[in-house]
Ligand binder design. Sequence first.
Ligand SMILES: O=c1ccn([C@@H]2O[C@H](COP(=O)(O)OP(=O)(O)O)[C@@H](O)[C@H]2O)c(=O)[nH]1
Ligand SMILES: [Ca+2]
Length: 409
Amino acid sequence: IFSHTSPEMWFQGLFPPSVCPANANVDTFYGIMFDAGSTGTRIHIYTFVQRSPDQPLELEGEIFESVKPGLSAYVDQPEKGAETVRGLLEMAEDAVPPSHWKKTPVVLKATAGLRLLAEQKAQALLSEVREVFEESPFLVPDNSVSIMDGTYEGILAWITVNFLTGQLYGQNQQTFGILDLGGASTQITFLPHSKETLEQTPVDFLASFEMFNNTYKLYTHSYLGFGLKAARLAALGALEKEATDGHMFRSSCLPKQLEAEWHFGGVKYQYGGNREGETGFEPCYSEVLKVVQGKLHQPNEIHRRSFYAFSYYYDRAVDTDLIDYEKGGVLEVRDFERKAKEVCNNVDSYSSASPFLCMDLSYIAALLKEGFGFGDSTLLQLTKKVNNIETSWTLGATFHLLQLLGVSH
Ligand SMILES: O=c1ccn([C@@H]2O[C@H](COP(=O)(O)OP(=O)(O)O)[C@@H](O)[C@H]2O)c(=O)[nH]1
Ligand SMILES: [Ca+2]
């Protein structure tokens, strides 16, 4: 069982660590988790303390760093890809005291970017990363470098959010669902309360998971190809075409005169605005609607659950001043549609930010409403950090890892 650093520890900062009364018998543990996402690679170095053997581990803090692009951009240069991991891992040598290196586990889990690559190319990247890990002074558990199953991606993010918001211990547990919108895939996860949901949901959307001495049966699904950047390609029609080279993909969601190129997953795409045809919210919305309509499972119970949304939901809400970058905030689903209209009907005045802003917002609105089936007035809690810890599946994955290694239970 884990818990937060208790508020009684306020005096810790007043003493040097060695003489701090709270540290007399304190054991410190570290865990290093890499998130190899489709748009970037990130390192999370977590610090845990154990005040006495019979007390739960407490999460004390996190060090976070990231690099772009993600591993999948190095599809034909696996060694170069692994170098980006090495650079981040060197940070961990400064963050973790040398006396702890040998017992600090390091793990990398790749998500949708690598899931979309040819098996052989993905494995070549992972095996280069494995070599970097083996050369490091840290503990390298079995299977420490892998592609994570999408089911875990949702479950582990759900664990993170509900742990950080205090829903996994104590009484009155009111868990939150999570919505994660990555570059290449998107996840929805919540704890169903109603029998109806359990009965009407396809079995592969339900997963039992044991953590902190509890078993949770969660509704979870990862939609591969429905991340924000993959959706751009789908809307542009760039996924159906075999030869992308030299072809100009046009969309009513882009500024009329725009012509540019874009690299994703190691492929170059040329894209542009509808020079002759229509532009603006209406035609754009019907383009993105085609990407989601009828393609996602719509559980009825989402209307009665509360959701946290992060990743690209957060980033695009920040970009359009719907929320503050530091504070986040609560939005209604209809706020995304309202912003989409505003941006799409004035693309030229917004295009300095990103030419894709209109398409991204329209896609988010369509995904929430027509994809998952949320109502216009559904409230979403947009959050990047809780108590200064990133809302990412990586914390849940680290708990799971420490549980496997027997450091906690
Ligand atoms: O610790 C993290 C990791 C990712 N992201 C966000 O996740 C999105 C990118 O998704 P990712 O590259 O992870 O793609 P995936 O592999 O999940 O599809 C961007 O909005 C990032 O800002 C984040 O906010 N915090
Ligand atoms: Ca991600």
